[in-house]
Structure formats: structure tokens, C-alpha cells
Design a protein around this ligand. Structure first.
Ligand SMILES: Cc1cc2nc3c(=O)[nH]c(=O)nc-3n(C[C@H](O)[C@H](O)[C@H](O)COP(=O)(O)OP(=O)(O)OC[C@H]3O[C@@H](n4cnc5c(N)ncnc54)[C@H](O)[C@@H]3O)c2cc1C
Length: 307
């Protein structure tokens, strides 16, 4: 099916203002490169999400929930599927007592800052992560010694069978940069975090310290997807890449940052192929250097059958 045909089909179920056929995904991903998705669609509540999912599944179209695209690379050939963005109700953040309730499309950083405003501690580490709640739950995003698994109380999700379920921490299969949502194509609709009462000045100063550390150590001036590789059991991926002498190495417009060797940056005109080739080079060279196989944490969207 073409993007226009999918858009036509979806327009029977959802306002056409929210349907965007043949969208260049550079605009939706922090790497700022990659091909087009056949269609991008924004849904504003559970009812709209259900309608879109029913429609794409009936036609056996590939689909993926897209958060802020800060851990996603779209192949140059494009994504032959529907990228679904959780907007409207899914962006809500609410603080009640010690609980922060966030929609799956809400900003993780905004949730952390709202918690800080309410004198709640436990999310300071999350304020510099540019993703959504859904993306962060799926990846079990983390920083500065913490991660989502440490604060999640429950997650409301939509199963592939269309059932709405509530999952407790033990059911979420959290591991390092892994959750149940890597195993099953469920949608994170909402997450509830349990935090503690803290001192507002101390919370804000921790947020500022973490932000400074990021500015000092990460190449935040260039497009990237944060750390490309998971840290292996043997130690720090960044250190291994550095020790293998790969800082500054490049393919086309993609370069291993010298400032933080686990970041690949788009120096201006990187294609998705440049980035994937550089990832493969780094994996091969690090393996040749110390025998460790680095695993990418990046999600790739592309042609059917590949991902
Ligand atoms: C400058 C920079 C710094 C970063 N620092 C960190 C860091 O310190 N720690 C860290 O862990 N990560 C970091 N990241 C990576 C990234 O921000 C996180 O992985 C983030 O959690 C991804 O969220 P997203 O909304 O952008 O996800 P996307 O890239 O949009 O999606 C990632 C995956 O999650 C899935 N997904 C998204 N929403 C949902 C949903 N509602 N339900 C089910 N699945 C969903 C997508 O289908 C995809 O498979 C950084 C990235 C950048 C660019």
C-alpha cells in the first residue's frame, strides 16, 4: 500500500488533520536523518488508538509507537509502516501525594521537573533524558545510578489483543535497558511513579549538577540518539571504544564523538547508512581489540522483515 492509500484508509477512523502520509522521519528523530515513514498518525486518546490499531492490523500493516524518536533510527529506504504518536490525553502529567501519573506520550523530563516542583525526589536523574514515558519504560531508561525500574509503581498497557491491563513491577521484566515491552508489542498507555518527599532546593541542585555533568561530558550540540551501545558486563562501552582508539572515527557524516565515545553524532549530512556502518565498524574493532561484543541499544525502523 502507498502512504496515500493508508492515509485514505485511516481517514475513515480518525480526523485527517492527524494523518501524515510519506513523512520524512528526520523531523521525528533526534538523529535528524533517515527515510520517510509511509504514514505518521497522531492519536489523542485510547479510543483513537484502538481504532488506528484495529485498522492497521486488519491490513497487516507494520506499525510502531513513536515517542520522541530519541532512541530510534529510520533506515534511508524508509519505514514501510505506520508510526503512531501518542498525543493529547497521553501527554498528561499529574502529581497526587507521592505519586506522579504520566501518559505514555508525556515528556520524561517534564515529569521529573514537575515532581521537583512538588518537592518530590527520585526523578532528578530523568530530567536530562529527552524521551517520552513510553519510550523510557520500554528501554528502562536510566542515568546516574538509577533507572525506571526503581520508581515505577504500575503501568497501564494495551495488549496486542486490545485488552487494557495494569502491570505491577514484577510483571514488567525490567532489566538493564530492557522491559516486557521489548518482548511484547504492548503499548504503554500510562505509568505511575512512586517518589519520596524531599527538599526542593536539594532536588533542584541535583538536577542542575546532573545537567552540568551532561553538558561537560556529552556532545549535546550535535544530533545523536544518546548512548549507542549498552554497557557490557565487562565495563563501560564508552571506555572500550576510547581504548580501541575509535574516538573521532567516522563514516560519511556520522562520527564517534571524541567527547563521549559511546555517542555517534550526525555532523551535518549523515545518512542512516553512515550511522549503521559506523556502528558495525565500532562493534568489529572493539571485538578485535578486547573480545567484547557490544550490543546496540538503538531501535531501528526499516523495511518489512528486517526489524
Ligand atoms: C542527548 C541524549 C541523551 C540521552 N540520555 C539517555 C540517558 O541518560 N539514559 C537513557 O537510558 N537513555 C538516554 N537517551 C536515549 C533515549 O532518550 C531514551 O532511550 C528514551 O527513553 C527514549 O524515549 P523516546 O520517547 O524518544 O523513544 P523512541 O526513540 O521514540 O522509541 C524507543 C522505543 O520505545 C518504543 N515506544 C515508545 N513509546 C512507546 C509506548 N508508549 N509504548 C510502547 N513502546 C513505546 C518505540 O516503539 C521504540 O521501540 C538519550 C538520548 C539522547 C538523544
Amino acid at each position: 500500500m502507498t502512504g496515500q492509500e493508508i492515509a485514505q484508509l485511516l481517514s475513515e477512523h480518525i480526523d485527517e488533520r492527524f494523518i501524515h502520509p510519506d513523512q520524512p522521519m528526520a523531523e521525528y528523530t533526534s538523529f535528524r536523518t533517515g527515510g520517510s515513514a509511509l504514514c505518521v498518525v497522531e492519536v489523542h486518546d485510547l479510543e483513537e488508538l484502538r481504532r488506528v490499531l484495529t485498522c492497521v492490523r486488519k491490513k497487516f500493516l507494520p506499525y510502531s509507537i513513536l515517542g520522541n524518536g530519541t532512541n530510534t533510527l529510520v533506515e534511508d529506504e524508509g519505514y514501510s509502516g505506520v508510526a503512531i504518536i501518542l498525543d493529547g490525553e497521553f501527554k498528561k502529567i499529574d502529581v497526587t501525594g507521592y505519586e506522579v501519573t504520566c501518559g505514555g506520550g508525556a515528556s520524561l523530563a517534564a515529569a521529573g521537573r514537575m515532581a521537583a516542583d512538588m518537592w518530590l525526589t527520585g526523578m532528578e536523574w530523568a530530567c536530562g533524558i529527552p524521551g517520552t514515558i513510553g519510550g523510557a519504560i520500554r528501554m528502562n531508561a536510566g542515568a546516574f545510578g538509577s533507572d525506571m525500574s526503581k520508581i515505577v509503581k504500575r503501568v497501564r498497557a494495551l495488549t496486542t489483543a486490545g485488552e487494557e491491563i495494569v502491570l505491577r513491577p514484577a510483571e514488567l521484566h525490567f532489566k538493564y535497558r530492557h522491559s516486557l515491552f521489548c518482548e511484547k508489542k504492548y503499548v504503554v498507555l500510562e505509568a505511575v511513579f512512586e517518589l519520596q518527599k524531599g527538599d526542593k532546593n536539594e532536588i533542584n541542585s541535583r538536577i542542575e549538577d546532573y545537567a552540568k555533568e551532561r553538558r561537560d561530558k556529552q556532545p549535546l550540540d550535535l544530533p545523536s540518539a544518546g548512548c549507542i551501545f549498552k554497557n557490557p558486563r565487562e565495563g563501560s562501552a564508552a571506555q572500550m571504544i576510547d581504548e580501541a582508539g575509535l574516538g573521532g572515527s567516522y563514516v560519511g557524516g556520522a562520527m564517534v564523538s571524541k567527547k563521549h565515545c559511546n555517542f555517534i553524532v550526525n555532523t551535518g549530512k549523515a545518512t542512516a547508512t553512515d550511522i549503521t556502518r559506523l556502528i558495525e565498524n565500532v562493534r568489529r574493532e572493539v571485538y578485535n581489540f578486547n573480545g567484547v561484543r557490544l550490543e546496540p541499544e538503538l531501535c531501528v525502523l526499516g523495511r518489512p522483515g528486517r526489524y
